[in-house]
Design a protein around this ligand. Sequence first.
Ligand SMILES: Cc1cc2nc3c(=O)[nH]c(=O)nc-3n(C[C@H](O)[C@H](O)[C@H](O)COP(=O)(O)OP(=O)(O)OC[C@H]3O[C@@H](n4cnc5c(N)ncnc54)[C@H](O)[C@@H]3O)c2cc1C
Length: 442
Amino acid sequence: MTTLPSSLVTVTPADDAYRYLRSTYTTPHSPAQILLPSSPSEVQQAMAYASGTDLPVSIRSGGHGLAGTSSNDGGIVVDLSRMDAVTVLDRPTGLVRVDAGARWAQIAVALAPHGLAISSGDHGNVGVGGLATAGGIGWLVRRYGLTIDHVRAATVVLPSGELVRADEANPDLLWAVRGAGSFVGVVTDLDIEAMELPGIQVGQVVIEIDRDGRALVEWSRFLQAAPRELTMSGVLAASGGRLVLVLTAVFAGTDAPRAHAALAPLLARPGVHAGGLQNARYTDLVPAGHLHANVGQQPSATTNALLAAFTAESAPALIEIARHPSGPFVQVRGVGGAAADIARDATAFWHRDAEVLVTVTLFPPRGAGELAAVARPLWSHALGAYRNFESHPSEATFARAFPGATGERVRELARRYDPDGVLHRVFLPAPRELGRQDVKPE
Ligand SMILES: Cc1cc2nc3c(=O)[nH]c(=O)nc-3n(C[C@H](O)[C@H](O)[C@H](O)COP(=O)(O)OP(=O)(O)OC[C@H]3O[C@@H](n4cnc5c(N)ncnc54)[C@H](O)[C@@H]3O)c2cc1C
């Protein structure tokens, strides 16, 4: 067995720092050792050591993963939080190198003086490593696409400890990093093309939702036809017996007349209320105020569905869910736009034709079993799902995220780069058990 070099910072239950490092956002955990590498070569040392044990091995960047797999009980955590540099490599092309342990609030702050931004997600405390290796559906998704769409290269430490570059010369590994990175190795940094973004405009829109969901259908038709600078996402909430969709509208750019014109057709409809658009910066959407330690503070069960659009069938299904007596927290996000520009087989994120993402969350004492029953009405309308909004990975959730040939390729690459299944000691099901597809492939 490889021994750990004394220079590698290691935290155990005897250390004061342990209580801030043991858990994830959703799940309290008790690992035996937390390794805190500060460079790719220390990640190599950590992985060579961890692979040589038969303990569970978790990889952690920001600790916001909903499945809580970035820590474990009794095993090893490789925590990348000390690796959080953000470097502008080439201002004219916007090429930026971000370390996997950085959080999106830090990146927004670091890029703002350069007039650049990377659309990531809606929370500043989420880490690079978990989001930029799976998707990245953010406030600017219709203008920029997914975060992975702009990943040009990455440094990866394989479970064996070998360090490799995922780039044009290594297309299989780059394909996997763009959507299924956690199946193949530990990504230590990514080269991402940021966008020019002098500013944004942001405002709230509230839509009254009628009993049969026509307002949802009309909203999704509106957004499909809207300029790509406009992205909207929000919460479908019960309010005094009524349902309302409370949305944040983000316009990528400073052209106020164009932003107002983009929203105008929606605001002209009955039952739509808005407070107007305000000038803001991208850093306001993923603020440094989001940064916090993860100590298992938000236990929850979450699942999701990607839809082509709201239709006369899927809108009532979502209304049924939102009105369920278990009180689910239902989020609705517009996708589409630039996310659909990428060929379906160019990355491990297949569902390029989705225009709407719906997430459904239950909080304790309700759990995953009840969530599955609550969310069931959505599945017959779904194209598939986004793996990062699934709290309970299973064969079924794998097949929803990676249907058909995409799933086969993810399995094949997982076997190639992680033949001993080191990364899958905590992430079930293991790739060689992923033969069965119990949801209908597209
Ligand atoms: C409050 C909240 C808001 C969110 N909002 C959005 C959103 O708007 N858009 C969106 O797309 N997603 C969103 N997410 C989901 C988010 O993309 C995932 O939870 C993501 O995995 C978190 O990344 P992390 O690095 O913080 O996670 P971690 O918990 O550190 O990691 C999660 C998993 O990712 C893998 N992983 C982590 N780091 C690496 C690495 N360096 N190399 C390889 N694999 C790695 C591991 O399998 C790990 O178990 C949100 C999550 C939360 C909790």
